[in-house]
Design a protein around this ligand. Structure first.
Ligand SMILES: NC(=O)c1ccc[n+]([C@@H]2O[C@H](COP(=O)([O-])OP(=O)(O)OC[C@H]3O[C@@H](n4cnc5c(N)ncnc54)[C@H](OP(=O)(O)O)[C@@H]3O)[C@@H](O)[C@H]2O)c1
Length: 209
């Protein structure tokens, strides 16, 4: 697939690099050719192509958003998605590792308001980028869980299919409003790892019988 990225820092690069190694074409949208993360990403993976953000959206089949949440409104308003899936990997984090929108609504629903003609799917947000750089867990017979949420079934299936290729276990949690709870799972993971010393290579798993 032709897959676009807005934001190619720790999260964006890890996901884009994995997808490129699986054979997908990666286009990084940036309006700043001097961007430090863009230069670093192109050096680390010369197979990435770049273009302006709207050009990237227009030519991509699916777009990943991996930017600081505070940048999203300005970035997204004015872009034309034409119904394409937009994977929201971003997390609104407030002071003291609280929910940045006071838990009143999810960041993903705000992203959907700003990117009104995209089909937003929340994914890749429930744990740290370390588990996007390397999601192999040798010795376990379960795969790292990736909870997703969104209002459009076909957009969610596109994301789930990419997740299966990447060796995650995707689980659809329901409509985009569920993203609020996924964003709280992030806060739990971040507090456990970044504040309380748990190992960053820990992921959630799904067991059902
Ligand atoms: N870090 C984690 O473990 C983790 C895990 C899951 C989700 N998340 C979420 O994922 C998002 C990205 O996190 P990250 O750790 O990857 O951050 P990061 O390493 O700082 O990368 C952020 C990326 O966004 C770009 N960017 C920043 N401001 C921008 C703007 N105004 N317009 C366009 N691009 C802009 C940066 O470009 P420049 O280099 O040019 O500034 C960079 O490519 C955040 O919302 C975070 O909460 C993080």
């Amino acid at each position: 697939m032709k897959i676009g990225f807005i934001g190619i820092g720790k999260v964006g690069f890890a996901i884009a690099n994995h997808l490129q190694k699986l054979g997908h074409q990666i286009v990084v949208g940036s309006n700043d050719p001097q961007s430090g993360s863009l230069q670093k990403a192109l050096k680390a993976n010369p197979a990435f192509r770049t273009s302006g953000i709207q050009e990237m959206v227009s030519e991509s089949e699916i777009v990943f958003l991996a930017t600081p949440f505070g940048a999203n409104q300005q970035l997204l308003q004015g872009l034309v998605f034409g119904g394409k899936p937009l994977v929201d990997c971003t997390n609104p984090v407030g002071a003291g590792i609280t929910h940045g929108l006071n838990s009143l609504k999810s960041g993903a629903e705000a992203v959907q308001e700003w990117a009104h003609d995209a089909k937003v799917v929340k994914a890749f947000n429930i744990y740290g980028f370390e588990n996007f750089v390397d999601n192999s867990f040798p010795g376990y017979d379960v795969k790292p869980l990736m909870l997703i949420a969104g209002d459009d079934a076909s957009a969610k299936e596109t994301v789930a299919s990419l997740l299966r290729e990447m060796d995650y276990f995707p689980k659809d949690t329901g409509p985009l409003s569920q993203a609020l709870h996924l964003e709280h799972m992030t806060l739990l993971w971040v507090k456990m790892v970044r504040m309380n010393g748990h190992h960053p290579h820990f992921v959630w798993a799904y067991l059902e019988k």
